[in-house]
Design a protein around this ligand. Sequence first.
Ligand SMILES: NC(=O)C1=CN([C@@H]2O[C@H](COP(=O)(O)OP(=O)(O)OC[C@H]3O[C@@H](n4cnc5c(N)ncnc54)[C@H](O)[C@@H]3O)[C@@H](O)[C@H]2O)C=CC1
Ligand SMILES: NCC(=O)COP(=O)(O)O
Length: 329
Amino acid sequence: MPPLPPLALTMGEPAGIGAEIAAGAWAALRTTGPAFVFLGDATQIAGVPVVPVAAAEQALAVFPHALPVLHRPLPAPVVPGRPDPANAPAVIGAIDEAVALAKAGRVAGVVTNPIQKATLYAAGFRHPGHTEYLGEIAGTPGGGPPVMMLACAELRTVPVTGHEPLARAIARLTPALIVRHALVTAEALRRDFGIAAPRLAVAGLNPHAGEDGTLGTEDRAIVAPAVAALQAKGIAARGPLPPDTLFTPLARPTYDAAICLYHDQALIPVKTLDMAGGVNVTLGLSIVRTSPDHGTALDIAGQGRADPSSLIAALRMAAAIARQRSLAP
Ligand SMILES: NC(=O)C1=CN([C@@H]2O[C@H](COP(=O)(O)OP(=O)(O)OC[C@H]3O[C@@H](n4cnc5c(N)ncnc54)[C@H](O)[C@@H]3O)[C@@H](O)[C@H]2O)C=CC1
Ligand SMILES: NCC(=O)COP(=O)(O)O
């Protein structure tokens, strides 16, 4: 098999742990790969050898010896734990550049370091997070927005609603929204994870999935019709399933992904099971994109305490998806 191009790793929030975990990931992967190039300020990287490269393609030759960097100097000084909106354009610029490289086939995929969302909002960023922004700049072959999935070795979860107040998320739930997320998930499980006949478990919203309508009407009125519609399309979907037992060791092997109704219903089980090995992967996007499951960890930035494991898992998953896509007829 021909080698994959390198992956592009964006800087993320410079006052967070992005540069630290990039160095840690390079140290862990330098002999095995996958190779990656860091899009950010080379002066932020400490403790490992760094080689500025002029083009992403040079990263493959450099990677066994040093961390390759497409050096993009930051306009404002970096104080660990204290994000500065003045650096926001560079943070967003790294995402833009990584996507352009991926669309041109010059990198195998994009792995994003965490962004400090409130800091980007303060600088005028109008998207809830990477997922929505990537949908806009990278595009989705099927049209419509991409879908977030959290994945670790034992569990995959997909939130149908995202970064919004919980009351608004519940008010926005419709059968069509659930069906769309489930269909994008099923297609991505086939295309990117090689699962020929994906099994989906759809979570209920209320305690005991509504207890026959006595503990809330949404499970009957919204979730059940969505599951019926999915089944009518030939998808192996079940639900609404009581959320409190959906993630038990006995339940997890019975499905390939759990379709969850709100952010924390999806993210709490994955992070609780495997914060270090969890990966955020964007489904239904024209390019490959993964991310660590955690955020900027401002509270420990610059202290040498950041664990690169989730970033390493994200880099490995991005390479695996890129390889899977490259094998498609
Ligand atoms: N993909 C992305 O860009 C993401 C961005 N975020 C953003 O990150 C910011 C902070 O979010 P929080 O909710 O505080 O979550 P967080 O994940 O940054 O931190 C939660 C706790 O976990 C610890 N932690 C996180 N990653 C760690 C690592 N690699 N090694 C050791 N300890 C680690 C932190 O020190 C903190 O105590 C927010 O602005 C949020 O929006 C959060 C998740 C994903
Ligand atoms: N809580 C997950 C998260 O914030 C990731 O969002 P995104 O930036 O990957 O869209």
